[in-house]
Design a protein around this ligand. Structure first.
Ligand code: PMP
Length: 311
């Protein structure tokens, strides 16, 4: 078994993590105060968006869906042929240290793996060692009133990157497709938008998966439309809906299905579950958060608020 390089500013017991230096950021074995948390300009994560990441929630000091997030980031490292030098146990221990150092009870972890420092050319094999970065802090993606009232989204003109070009299931550091679509949304006066696949199916939004409710049933497009295999999406499909006795089905959705839906909602680690009450100019259902999304949101809060063991 490999041993994780001890954080040079560890241990916690030494009382080194003073609150005024928070957030502390873990970079390649060092726990650094915010002011010193810096990366090299030669890092291919910066030069080329070459790397991958995870957004992970912490509820009651527990890492929510840790195994699923680790599965995804290790799988993505493999797909990118980035050699990971930390074991999953070491990664988990490191995230726990970040939670402690930052005094988090409920919060958000951003875990990044970059190709590491290399030369100015593209060649990834000139980067001898990947860089691992962990930021543990707070996140508020949407204002609180959007959770009670629902949000308006648009359909972006820009389609999702086709799977054959850059598979959207790869949570890479290259988010320009999403950022450009997000700018369309902001220009249109909202914060999120549907990104259609090139063949016109409703895939996902810039940072969230999308579901509709029709006739009491929850529907979402299958992953092969081209989207991120969201951890929250999987939780809604595999745990939340079954527990609440709500029928769920994967079906290829078009914009017309979304605008004709009784309810629409988005899911994501940072967003959690949030109702969409308007798509472009079209009001969804009553124009308020619907009964089913309300139940799902309450069910979600219930589960993450329990002292359930980490998976
Ligand atoms: N789609 C995209 C493009 C995302 O970036 C994210 C995560 N922010 C999601 C969907 C939701 O995935 P998860 O539930 O794993 O956070």
């Amino acid at each position: 078994m490999t041993t994780m390089p001890a954080s040079k500013t560890s241990p916690l017991s030494a009382g080194r993590y003073s609150s005024e230096n928070r957030p502390y950021v873990w970079i390649d074995g060092e726990m650094l105060p915010k002011s010193q948390a810096k990366v090299s300009v030669w890092d291919h994560g910066l030069l080329y968006g070459d790397g991958c990441f995870e957004g992970i929630r912490v509820y009651g000091k527990r890492i929510f869906k840790n195994r699923q997030h680790l599965d995804r980031i290790y799988r993505n490292c493999e797909r990118l042929r980035i050699e990971m030098w930390m074991s999953r146990d070491e990664m988990t221990a490191m995230m726990r240290e970040c939670i402690e150092a930052n005094g988090l009870s409920d919060g958000y972890i951003r875990l990044l793996v970059t190709r590491g420092v290399g030369s100015l050319g593209l060649n990834p094999f000139k980067c001898p060692k990947a860089s691992v970065i962990c930021i543990a802090d707070q996140i508020a993606l949407y204002p609180p009133e959007m959770y009670s009232d629902g949000m308006r989204i648009i359909v972006a003109k820009r389609p999702r990157t086709p799977t054959a070009c850059l598979d959207p299931s790869l949570k890479s550091l290259n988010y320009l497709n999403n950022i450009l679509a997000k700018m369309e949304a902001i220009d249109a006066g909202c914060l999120e938008c549907i990104m259609l696949s090139v063949d016109g199916y409703v895939g996902e939004c810039t940072g969230d998966n999308l579901f509709i409710v029709k006739g009491g049933k929850v529907l979402t497009s299958p992953l092969d439309v081209g989207m991120l295999d969201g951890v929250t999406r999987a939780f809604v499909i595999g745990t939340l809906c079954p527990r609440l006795g709500i029928a769920i089905e994967e079906r290829r959705l078009r914009v017309e299905d979304v605008t004709a839906a009784d309810e629409v909602f988005l899911t994501g680690t940072a967003a959690e579950i949030i109702a969409v009450t308007q798509v472009g100019d079209v009001r969804i259902g009553t124009g308020k958060e619907g009964a089913l999304v309300k139940r799902l949101r309450a069910g979600f809060k219930d589960i993450v608020g329990q002292n359930a063991p980490e998976e």
